[in-house]
Design a protein around this ligand. Structure first.
Ligand SMILES: NC(=O)c1ccc[n+]([C@@H]2O[C@H](COP(=O)([O-])OP(=O)(O)OC[C@H]3O[C@@H](n4cnc5c(N)ncnc54)[C@H](O)[C@@H]3O)[C@@H](O)[C@H]2O)c1
Length: 279
């Protein structure tokens, strides 16, 4: 018996990375999955992956920043599989990069449309369908960049912080309908979003990300898929309005006394403090 038997899930950005790993995990736990992405080739490949894991899946080409397309996506889930229980608003990209003076107004708007308006649209169109079946789970991908400065470009960080608070705000509204609203804040996950911009690609991404946090390995899409599965399943029945941090300990603190202090002197073990014993 799977943890998502009988449930229908929409996952955006599921042609790659976190979304694709989540689709495969959900399908393996018995869900019927609608894979949404702009990337049709990756989307169709994700459908094949889901089927190989014993699940049902279809692909719907979707631009998550487009209101009619997000509406059509939710409609497709209901038409294809008869209901909607879970939406995972996950599609994303780095968006506008550069200093605050370099960022153009257009790139700012584009970034916020893909990272934030998309989440609003996913919530807006899934809530009525979830009400019809007596509840559901809305999951969105925020980021550790939404919890503090310096972990992402400006527009990205602003959008992800907004996703965290939109999650809380909507959770309060729809809790009475047994609809849970949560987001996930991943740390450094070695996906194309990260390694496509790194000289050396995926392998360098693996090494670079391994140094950032307490657990000395890069985050992988499956680490986030495991949290998404928890939030999608009835195991999280009493969890709502939360930002679930999955980051290998990145946000636990700084690195002065952390695990990966190659550049720092070794501080001897024992007790640090003034000694009055010799006075
Ligand atoms: N990788 C990380 O370290 C990390 C950390 C924190 C948060 N995130 C977030 O995780 C989510 C997934 O990213 P990922 O790391 O798996 O990257 P990824 O590049 O592997 O996957 C992102 C997917 O989103 C799709 N997408 C982009 N714009 C779209 C649009 N307008 N409409 C539909 N689909 C679109 C892409 O085609 C791609 O398939 C994003 O929201 C990202 O911001 C990633």
């Amino acid at each position: 018996m799977g943890k998502l038997d009988g449930k229908v899930a929409v996952i955006t950005g599921a042609a790659s990375g976190i979304g694709r790993a989540s689709a495969i995990r959900f399908a393996g736990e018995g869900a019927a999955v609608v894979i949404a992405d702009l990337n049709a080739e990756g989307g169709e490949a994700a459908v094949r992956d889901c089927k190989e894991h014993g699940g049902r899946a279809v692909f719907q080409k979707t631009d998550v920043a487009s209101e009619p397309q997000v509406k059509a996506l939710v409609d497709r889930a209901v038409k294809e599989f008869g209901r909607l229980d879970v939406i995972f608003n996950n599609a994303g990209l780095g968006g506008a990069v550069g200093t605050i003076e370099e960022i153009t107004g257009d790139n700012w708007d584009r970034t916020l449309a893909i990272l934030l308006k998309s989440v609003f649209l996913g919530m807006k169109y899934s809530v009525p369908e979830m009400r019809k079946v007596g509840g559901g789970s809305i999951i969105s991908t925020a980021s550790v960049a939404g919890l503090a400065g310096g972990r992402g470009p400006h527009a990205y960080s602003a959008a992800k912080a907004a996703v965290v608070n939109l999650t809380r705000s909507v959770a309060l509204e729809v809790g009475k309908d047994r609809i849970r609203v949560n987001c996930i804040c991943p740390g450094g996950i070695n996906t194309p979003l990260i390694y496509n911009r790194l000289p050396g690609g995926q392998q360098v991404g693996e090494q670079f990300l391994a140094q950032l946090q307490a657990i000395p390995r890069a985050g992988h899409p499956e680490d986030i898929a495991a949290m998404a599965l928890f939030l999608a399943s009835d195991d999280s029945e009493w969890v709502t309005g939360q930002a679930m941090v999955v980051d290998g300990g990145l946000t636990a603190g700084g690195r002065l006394f952390g695990q990966n202090q190659q550049a720092q002197p070794t501080i001897p073990g024992g007790f640090a403090g003034p000694s009055f014993e010799k006075n």
